[in-house]
Design a protein around this ligand. Sequence first.
Ligand code: ATP
Ligand code: MG
Length: 426
Amino acid sequence: MEGIIQPVRGMGDILPAEIGYWQRLESTAREVLADYGYEELRVPVVEHTELFKRSIGEFTDIVEKEMYTFLDKSGDSLTLRPEATAGIVRAAISNGFTHNQRLRVWCMGPMFRHERPQKGRFRQFHQIDVEALGLPGPAVDPDLILIGARLWQRLGIGRVRLELNSLGTPAARNAYREHLVEYLRAHYDALDEDSRRRLDGNPMRILDSKNPAMRATLDAAPLIADHLDAESARHFETLCAHLKAAGVEYDVNPRLVRGIDYYTRTVFEWVTDALGAQDAVCSGGRYDGLIAQLGGEPMPAIGWAMGQERVVALMQQAEPNAPGFTPHAYLVMVGERAETAGLVLAERLRDAYARLRLQINLGGGNLKTQFRRADKSGAEIALILGDSEIERGVLAVKPLRAESAQKDCALEELPARLGEWLTGLK
Ligand code: ATP
Ligand code: MG
């Protein structure tokens, strides 16, 4: 026999025991996003490699080393999406949404990055991604941030903190970049391999380095805040004022640069101290130049992406019992006649109660075994069908969580009476 086939490294299964958190996160996000007027836009998992190179940028971690890129059978270079913003912008352009239109959309699903797998970092991971196109702000920036805040509140997550910064316009960034490069060249000896390589391509990304040996050098580096253009500075002040008025706490982090090239002005990140090294749970920013850069009509835009694995980990810490799906009732069926009658009855009950969670016994077993399964299922009541019940045209009802006696109910009456015994069916 051949060996067992292992899952791909860094690509995990999400098992039934934890799926309750995922479903709760996703349904809450759908609700909140709809409440704020955002619509779903599903983009493909695969796009032309060129799209990510041109949007995310050649000298970024993602494009340099993390993309799953392959040639398909027609020889086209395709890439599994490492993030959703590029695809959404491509979709907005290819569907003609960039002509004087506004678009507020979200997308949810798997992303792929060939990183070193570790706690909170996977090669297939999931994001909830929200984008607002065509709105120059600065009111839309806090709107997006408030969506995040409301999600934390609805999900019962407390240990997150908001960090903000502004990267200014491309012109301001270029001017700042020169100061930064000059400073970094003067401290060339203190830079590690990666940073030396980035000096020419993406020097701002060096500020993101987590190498402790470079900490002191980077701490003393010039700050973008001292080089912001007046318009961006005003945009940032207004954003901060809006957040204060809305009661959202934040810290300005002048070193927050974000690892993707397309950001302009506002960047932000929700971080947590509860997950160890992978502390970013939701990150985003404004990308006013990207749509034109990809061939669309110039259009301002802003968005964020939330890492679902990390949010689920926070939900697990806040509530150790997974949101469950316990059945209301468990149908015990002993013998072949009972199984036939039971399958028919179960369908009649489902017709009568659209929200009924009824688990039927599958795989046979004697009365004792089936009762054990019924008890383990967490159901409130067991419905029991055996030969003797069928002969009498009844079904026995046994409460599993209360000390009341088992009683018979005529089969004909059961659909009408079930609601009396179970809570939350109507
Ligand atoms: P990090 O600094 O952790 O590498 P990032 O800046 O690369 O994050 P983004 O590209 O902004 O992250 O993605 C948005 C969010 O997606 C992050 O805040 C994080 O929660 C999550 N995320 C990113 N990469 C991974 C990954 N490999 N595994 C799990 N979650 C991830
Ligand atoms: Mg990363």
